[in-house]
Design a protein around this ligand. Structure first.
Ligand code: SF4
Length: 462
C-alpha cells in the first residue's frame, strides 16, 4: 500500500519568481535579500519572463530618467508575463505606477522585504515549505561569487539640495556591527575575495546608534567606520589571503585619516570613493554638501604621503543651478591640483521633489554639455597620465573573467587592479594566461600598456 502523504506536506511543482533589478548597488543588495528570502521559502528563480509565475521589478526612482526606465521595465514585465510586483525606490510613487499600469499586483517601497515576500506569497503561493530542504543554501547573489557588496547602513542624515534619498530612504539607520562583521566573515568563507562596503554615507556609520559597541569574537567592537575597517582587515580567505576591502561613499570627515595607515599596511585596499560633487565653495554651499574642499587638497597630499598607491575616485555634477563659468573654472583648477585617479561626471538633472529645482539661474543645456565635455577632457588626460605611469610596474590583480583560447591557443583574461572597483572603474586586460586561471584568482600582472581607462599586460611567471 502506498504511503499517504498528508495534504499539507505534498510537494507540488516549485513556484518560480523572475526578478528585474534596476538602479544602484544598494538596490542590487535589496534584490539579493528578497531572492534569498524567497528561496528560503521554497521558490525557484526564473531567468526569463515566460518561466516565471510572478515577476518582481525592483525599481530606481533617483533621477527622472531612472523613473522612466523603471516604468518601461514594469511595462515590459506586464507585456511579457502579466503578473508583476513592483518594489524599490519608485514604489514610493504608487499612484504614478497605478495610473499607468493598473494591473500591477502589488507595490511596495524600498527595503520592505517582508511586504514583497508577502505579495509574492499571495500572487504565487509556495508549494514547498522552507524546511523541506535540510541542506542550507547559499544566499542568492547577483554579483559574481568573488566579490560582494556589504551594506552597512541605510538612509542619510544630510540634506543635499539635489538629492531625495533622505526622503525616499529616511534618516541614517546603521546595521549592528556584529551583524555586518558576521556577514562579511560568512561571505569570505564562501569564496568572496573582494568586499565592497556601501551605504549612503560610510563615514557616518554608527552616528545614529552613538557607535554602540557589540561583542564580536569575545571583544567589544564599536559601530564606527575605523573599527569596521580594522576588523575587516583581520579577515582571511580560506587560503589565508587578505581579501580586498573597498570603502565606497566616504565623506572626508577627519576620522577617515585613521584608515589610511591600514591601507599602507595592506589590510585595506588603498582605494577611497569620495563623492565630492563640486569644488567651488559657492556651489557646494548651494548643494548643501558636507565638505570643505580647501582642506581636502591638503588631506589628499597627506594620504598619498602615507599610502602612495591610494586611488581616489569621485563624482562631480556640472551645470548645477547658479554655477557660473568662474565656479566651473575653479572646479577644473581644483581637479588639476587634486589629480584624482577616477572621475565620473554628471550633467545636473532636476529630480522631482529635490530642493535644488527651486534654485535660481538654471544652466542652459548646451552650456552643461560644453562643461561636461571640458571636464571629461581634463579628467581623461589626468587618468591617462596616471595609468601610463603604471606601465612597467607589477601590480596585484583579481581575475574577473577568463576567455576561450584563440586560434593560436592564446587565452585572454579580464582582471582588475586594486585601483579598479567592479562595474565603475577600469580593467586590466591580460594576454596569454594559463588555462588554469579562474575568476576570483589573485595574481601579479606586469603592466605593458595603458590607455585613458584601462591597463594591458601579462601575468608574471606566466
Ligand atoms: S549625502 Fe547628500 S547626496 Fe548622499 S544620500 Fe545623503 S543627501 Fe543624498
Amino acid at each position: 500500500m502506498a504511503t499517504r502523504i498528508p495534504e499539507q506536506r505534498r510537494i507540488g511543482p516549485q513556484m518560480k519568481v523572475g526578478m528585474v533589478s534596476l538602479g544602484c548597488p544598494k538596490a542590487l543588495v535589496d534584490s539579493e535579500r528578497i531572492l534569498t528570502r524567497l528561496r528560503a521559502d521554497g521558490y525557484a528563480m526564473s531567468p526569463d519572463y515566460q518561466g516565471a509565475d510572478v515577476v518582481v521589478v525592483n525599481t530606481c526612482g533617483f533621477l527622472d530618467s531612472a523613473k522612466e526606465e523603471s516604468l518601461e521595465a514594469i511595462g515590459e514585465a506586464i507585456a511579457e508575463n502579466g503578473r508583476v510586483i513592483v518594489t524599490g525606490c519608485m514604489g514610493e510613487e504608487a499612484a504614478t505606477i497605478r495610473a499607468r499600469f493598473p494591473q500591477v499586483l502589488a507595490i511596495t517601497g524600498a527595503h520592505q522585504y517582508e511586504a514583497v515576500v508577502e505579495a509574492v506569497h499571495e500572487a504565487a503561493p509556495p508549494t514547498q515549505g522552507p524546511f523541506v530542504d535540510l541542506i542550507p543554501q547559499q544566499d542568492v547573489k547577483l554579483t559574481p561569487r568573488h566579490y560582494s557588496y556589504l551594506k552597512i547602513s541605510e538612509g542619510c542624515n544630510h540634506a543635499c539640495s539635489f538629492c531625495i534619498i533622505p526622503h525616499l530612504r529616511g534618516k541614517l539607520a546603521s546595521r549592528r556591527i556584529d551583524a555586518v562583521l558576521r556577514e562579511a566573515e560568512k561571505l569570505v568563507a564562501a569564496g568572496t575575495r573582494e568586499l565592497l562596503v556601501i551605504s549612503q554615507d560610510t563615514s557616518a556609520y554608527g552616528v545614529d546608534t552613538r557607535h554602540e559597541p557589540r561583542e564580536f569574537h569575545g571583544r567589544p567592537v564599536r559601530a564606527h567606520m575605523t573599527d569596521l575597517a580594522r576588523e575587516l582587515g583581520t579577515l582571511r580567505t580560506p587560503e589565508g589571503r587578505v581579501p580586498w576591502v573597498r570603502l565606497h561613499y566616504v565623506y572626508p570627515y577627519p576620522h577617515v585619516d585613521a584608515v589610511i595607515p591600514l591601507m599602507a599596511e595592506g589590510l585595506l585596499t588603498p582605494y577611497l570613493d569620495i563623492p565630492f560633487q563640486h569644488a567651488s565653495p559657492r556651489v557646494l554651499k548651494a548643494m548643501k554638501r558636507p565638505a570643505n574642499e580647501a582642506r581636502v587638497l591638503e588631506r589628499l597630499k597627506s594620504w598619498r604621503a602615507i599610502a602612495p598607491d591610494i586611488t581616489v575616485r569621485s563624482s562631480f555634477v556640472v551645470g548645477f543651478p547658479g554655477e557660473t563659468e568662474d565656479d566651473f573654472k575653479y572646479l577644473l583648477g581644483w581637479l588639476e591640483e587634486a589629480r584624482l585617479d577616477r572621475v565620473g561626471a554628471f550633467r545636473f538633472e532636476p529630480v522631482e521633489g529635490a530642493a535644488a529645482n527651486a534654485l535660481p539661474d538654471p544652466v542652459p543645456e548646451e552650456i552643461k554639455e560644453e562643461r561636461y565635455a571640458r571636464l571629461m577632457e581634463l579628467t581623461e588626460r589626468i587618468s591617462a597620465a596616471k595609468l601610463a605611469a603604471k606601465v612597467g610596474r607589477t601590480l596585484p590583480v583579481i581575475v574577473d573573467e577568463v576567455g576561450e583560447a584563440d586560434e593560436d591557443g592564446d587565452i585572454g583574461a579580464t582582471a582588475r587592479s586594486q585601483a579598479d572597483a567592479p562595474e565603475i572603474d577600469g580593467q586590466v586586460f591580460l594576454r596569454n594566461v594559463p588555462a588554469t586561471l579562474r575568476p576570483g584568482d589573485f595574481a601579479e600582472a606586469l603592466i605593458e600598456d595603458a590607455d585613458a581607462h584601462d591597463l594591458f599586460g601579462m601575468l608574471t611567471g606566466a
